[in-house]
Design a protein. Structure first.
Length: 308
């Protein structure tokens, strides 16, 4: 009987904190594995707060490694350091396969500074990255076990191609959906809408900002949106609320310049909601967004004003 292990950031006990790109992708793969092999044959280890319960987490990891035919892992950089030394050693004894589904675009730069982790990566059977750009970067490092598996949403089963449903007339409803932090370009999004409304009229478009606020950015963010007409923070979205909420908007702004960006889950969720995306021309965004069809890649904040 086939048994599959899944080691990743599931965050089932974290309540509304679970709504982030890492947890959503991990849960999507969990759902896919359950459908393929049956829930009783998918063994899970939630890596959330791994260091706070090292002994019990390692015992569960060892149990999975000694039982499963294949172990699927989705760790961040810190998680990779914690689990790969154990899995690599146990693989020599139990002969299971390791599949690594990478979240984001940080792995190539991380491996350039760690020969030890690069060696562990060569013991993995398949490394799935989200874009061709990332695959090419890993192959330069000698990782021929690299393949591309795009980020995805289980909700996309209902639709193959998002439609550009932007209203023909103002007021336009814009949103962002990401961690609320400086490098996700929240300031650029606010500046775009401020400039558009300054030129076109204060109620020409609105901006609702969704996502957890990074604690170190909170004061700057509060000051950023203070006294801004038609720009507001709208809170965090639960997993079930993401698509129905995004479907109410005309355009999603994604002006990220986050260093670890891969194929952003926020963009995939926007597509599932049939919502076009205006994104920064950053990392692999050009692979993800079909310019003029599913959205636009552009320079923020100056270029967006020409869309209206």
């Amino acid at each position: 009987m086939i048994k599959v292990g899944l080691v990743g950031h599931l965050m089932f006990d974290a309540g509304d904190k679970a709504v982030n790109g890492q947890a959503i992708k991990t849960r999507n793969i969990f759902t896919m594995l359950k459908r393929r092999y049956g829930e009783e044959n998918v063994l899970t280890l939630d890596t959330n707060y791994f260091r706070k319960s090292l002994f019990s987490k390692y015992m569960k990891l060892i149990k999975i490694a000694s039982t499963a035919n294949t172990v699927v892992i989705l760790p961040t950089a810190n998680g990779l350091k914690l689990i790969m030394p154990v899995l690599s050693r146990m693989k020599k004894h139990y002969h299971f396969r390791i599949i690594y589904s990478v979240i984001g675009g940080w792995l190539p730069e991380f491996l350039k500074s760690s020969d030890r982790m690069l060696k562990y990566m060569k013991s993995i059977d398949v490394i799935y990255v989200e874009t061709q750009m990332l695959a090419d970067q890993l192959k330069v490092l000698g990782l021929t076990n690299t393949e591309v598996m795009s980020n995805f949403s289980m909700r996309l089963e209902r639709s193959e191609e998002p439609e550009n449903k932007m209203n023909c007339n103002p007021p336009y409803k814009l949103c962002t959906f990401s961690r609320v932090t400086k490098k996700k370009g929240i300031g650029e999004a606010v500046e775009c809408v401020r400039r558009i409304n300054e030129q076109k009229g204060v109620f020409f478009c609105s901006l609702d900002i969704y996502g957890p606020i990074d604690e170190e950015y909170k004061d700057e963010f509060d000051a950023l949106i203070a006294d801004q007409a038609n720009i507001k923070y709208s809170g965090k979205l639960t997993d079930d609320d993401i698509i129905p909420t995004l479907a109410n908007y005309d355009l999603m702004l994604f002006p990220t310049y986050y260093p670890g960006e891969g194929m952003p889950g926020a963009v995939i969720e926007a597509y599932a909601a049939k919502l076009p995306v205006a994104a920064s021309d950053w990392h692999s965004n050009a692979e993800v967004i079909r310019d003029g069809i599913t959205g636009k890649n552009m320079k923020f904040p100056t270029r967006l004003t020409f869309m209206f």
